[in-house]
Design a protein around this ligand. Sequence first.
Ligand code: 3PG
Ligand code: MG
Length: 379
Amino acid sequence: MKYIDELKGDDLKGKYVLLRLDLNVPVSNGQVVNAYRIDRAIPTIDYLREHGAKVIIIAHTESDANMTLVPVAQYLSGFFKIDFCQTYFNPIAIDKISKLEDRGVLLFENLRINPEEKENNIEFAKKLAQMADIYVDDAFGAMHRKHASIIGVPEFLPHYGGLLLKQEIENLSKVFSPKKPFLFIVGGVKFSTKLPLIKKYLDKADYVFIVGALANGIFKEKGFTLGTSLSIDGDFGIKELMNKDNFLYPIDVTVQKSDGSFEFRNPDEIGNDEYIGDLGPKTMEKLKELIGISKTVVWNGPLGDFEKGFKDKTEQLAEVIMKATEEGKIESIVGGGDTLASININEFEHGFTFVSTGGGAMLDYLVNETLPGIEALNK
Ligand code: 3PG
Ligand code: MG
């Protein structure tokens, strides 16, 4: 794959660059509430502008009821002058493109207002490609999607990876041959989506520690009562995993009782009216101990139900991992959309070796060691 840092001077001057970004960020009341992904995309926009390109940005969102990128355009306008186009391929769009100056930036409305995007419609991809001279993909977080803007467009234009994509690949690929001992902490909610990851890393890592609501699936398999906690249904082959020595899970949890108070419990002592919201202190100690003897720590998925306010243990874990990283004892890689949302990542970011902007994309990359969007750029 070629990256844009190979493009210099006249390669970009006056050229139309179609830049695919992942600007899918949480929005509330028409305002971006966590700009982390947008901020990480800015170096590529800056690079293209500094080299005199005309930048056409395409991106998707599903995070807002209105499905619009207007809040993102407003956020970006704090960095540079930006025009916004609500429609595709009509006279208004053509006019806006023709008026784009060197160093200018035009953001198109949510790609997914076009059903052809998700269908990877080849005519749609061709029309997108016709808007520009060069295609740049820096949408790491969306590169697990076989959508027109990701895998279709590069068939029709010279194509390059962006600066964020380069960082993601360079850092995440370290996990394929990690410094050992290697601790992999996997949290979140959906066992089915994390299962391939857990299976693969049980063979690669010294310890795979399951946290968050995923652990409820293990408790259920053991026949424990889950009370009012999130239940994980279906046979995901958890039993088979439980036989492995390096498969670890919480030895205690924090529950909320029906009167709103909190208690620590062993997982086999959950009351019928109790809700598992977070790990317990003994489990936290165990995690600290493992971090203390590890050289690589990868963490994907929150420890507790942060949307209900269970943030303590996730924040404590972030602190412990950052401290060990700062002391040069471990390399730490953190990612997953919910993990970033559950800790205030803008505050924490600098303490980790690398923070991935990918959710599903990070998981798929760690499992398959490539993504459809990467393959499309490699062609
Ligand atoms: C994400 O938020 O993980 C990416 O932007 C991909 O979004 P999607 O899951 O809606 O395809
Ligand atoms: Mg998603």
